[in-house]
Write a protein that binds this ligand. Structure first.
Ligand SMILES: [Zn+2]
Ligand SMILES: [Zn+2]
Length: 413
């Protein structure tokens, strides 16, 4: 289960594992039974919406469900028709607590919904927990996002361990994101039903988003930071967490650890151990979190740190725990920030003077195991302070890519 959610697979019930287990999620098991895949044998499916009692108007709910089915019919050659008749293939309903199918709901939070694999009777049916605060905007649980996931089950799809997939078991809708089928979801449903004739034209301009792959030789990073004993590698809306005691580095969503206020596609991140702070940079703004909570008054403008207005963003940040200062990298320059006095020290210097052999501008930087690590494109540069020696290797070498790790992902390339 820990591996499934990108946590270090210690087998121990850590606080973080408990937190993940408590996260809102789908009621279906993550471990799928072996056997042949179950799918509908026809390409037009009917659905009906059984009575419900929600604060969202009926017409809105119908619209949400129609749009959710459309995401699937855009990629697979399927048609979904709403019916009033009882004999629809798929019945969608809202229930409180025990609703006599052997999988009672649990009130607010926890299990949000579940669905049944294709088949007669209850097969293909979708149940939502009526006790949730369902919504179609940013408050409460997004009915659209959960419906797309459950409809995937109603079509016969199991859970995916890819945190970018709609079929990931935990509720991972972030109001900053659009609800889209990922590359993985598309491949999985097309494996069951084939490819929609409209697929190529619909997705020509904007293919389904792929979750970054740690074995990709072209992998680059947005930001890298230490976090207590771990090293975190940020990319898009994801991060890999490298823990010294575990040899597997899992990928997870940034939002699985930090609140939605932390932006995606970050520029730089560092940990200020003494202040127990994590600092995130994107564009001309920065966010400070104490443990996992956003400090009041953030985001703030990076100019508040002492940058002149010509600086529009920060490429990377390097924090020195013992010396209590942080070096910021912007283009070809670096800036030294005194964390105790909370001010910039002097004028910027050229990166090539201070860090000879490091190409600029850089993507990310971190101090780790006595060396300074820089990342630019798909290359990782290790800078030795004492000898000033620079060595290079592939950017993803700290993520321990082993070919077997991502067999499925490799096959899809
Ligand atoms: Zn599910
Ligand atoms: Zn049920």
């Amino acid at each position: 289960m820990q591996r499934f959610f990108g946590l270090p697979p210690s087998g121990e019930l850590t606080n973080e594992t408990v937190a993940v287990m408590k996260r809102p999620r789908c009621g279906l098991s993550d471990v799928e039974p072996f056997g042949e895949t179950i799918r509908w044998k026809k390409s037009t499916l009917s659905y009906r919406i059984a009575g419900y009692n929600l604060s969202i108007p009926t017409s809105k709910v119908h619209k949400i469900f129609r749009a959710a089915w459309k995401l699937w019919s855009n990629v697979a050659p399927m048609k979904f028709r709403k019916r009033r008749r009882k004999e629809a293939d798929i019945a969608i309903s809202f229930h409180n607590g025990d609703h006599e199918d052997g999988s009672p709901f649990d009130g607010t939070g926890g299990i949000l919904a579940h669905a049944f694999v294709p088949g007669f009777g209850i097969g293909g049916d979708v149940h939502f927990d009526a006790d949730e605060d369902w919504s179609f905007n940013s408050t409460g649980f997004n009915l659209f996002a959960v419906a797309v996931h459950e409809f995937g089950h109603a079509l016969g799809l199991p859970h995916s361990s890819d945190p970018g997939a709609i079929m990931y078991p935990a509720y991972n809708f972030d109001p900053k994101d659009e609800v889209l089928l990922s590359f993985r979801d598309v491949k999985d449903v097309q494996h069951l039903y084939g490819i929609s004739p409209n697929f190529a034209s619909l997705f020509a301009k904007r293919p389904p988003p792929r979750t970054p792959d740690k074995c990709d030789p072209d992998l680059s990073f947005d930001a890298v930071t230490e976090l207590q004993q771990e090293v975190l590698f940020f990319k898009d809306r994801f991060m890999w967490r490298k823990h010294p005691q575990f040899d597997e580095t899992g990928i997870t969503l940034i939002s699985s650890l930090w609140p939605d206020s932390v932006p995606h596609y970050l520029d730089a991140v560092y940990e200020n151990v003494e202040g127990n702070l994590n600092v995130f940079f994107k564009g001309h703004q920065y966010w400070v979190l104490r443990q996992l909570t956003l400090e009041e008054g953030f985001p703030r403008n990076i100019w508040d740190l002492g940058f002149p207005s010509r600086i529009k963003s920060v490429d990377a940040a390097l924090h020195f725990r013992n010396e209590r200062y942080t070096v910021f990298f912007t283009g070809h320059e670096c800036w030294r920030y005194n964390e105790q006095q909370k001010m910039m020290e002097g004028s910027p210097t050229l990166i090539e003077q201070q860090w000879s052999g490091i190409p600029t501008p850089i993507d990310a930087a971190v101090v780790y195991e006595g060396l300074v690590h820089f990342f630019k494109g798909n290359i990782h540069y290790k800078f030795d302070f004492n000898s000033k020696y620079v060595s290079s290797s592939p950017a993803n070498d700290l993520l321990e890519c082993r070919e077997n790790d991502d067999t499925e992902q490799t096959q899809m390339r």
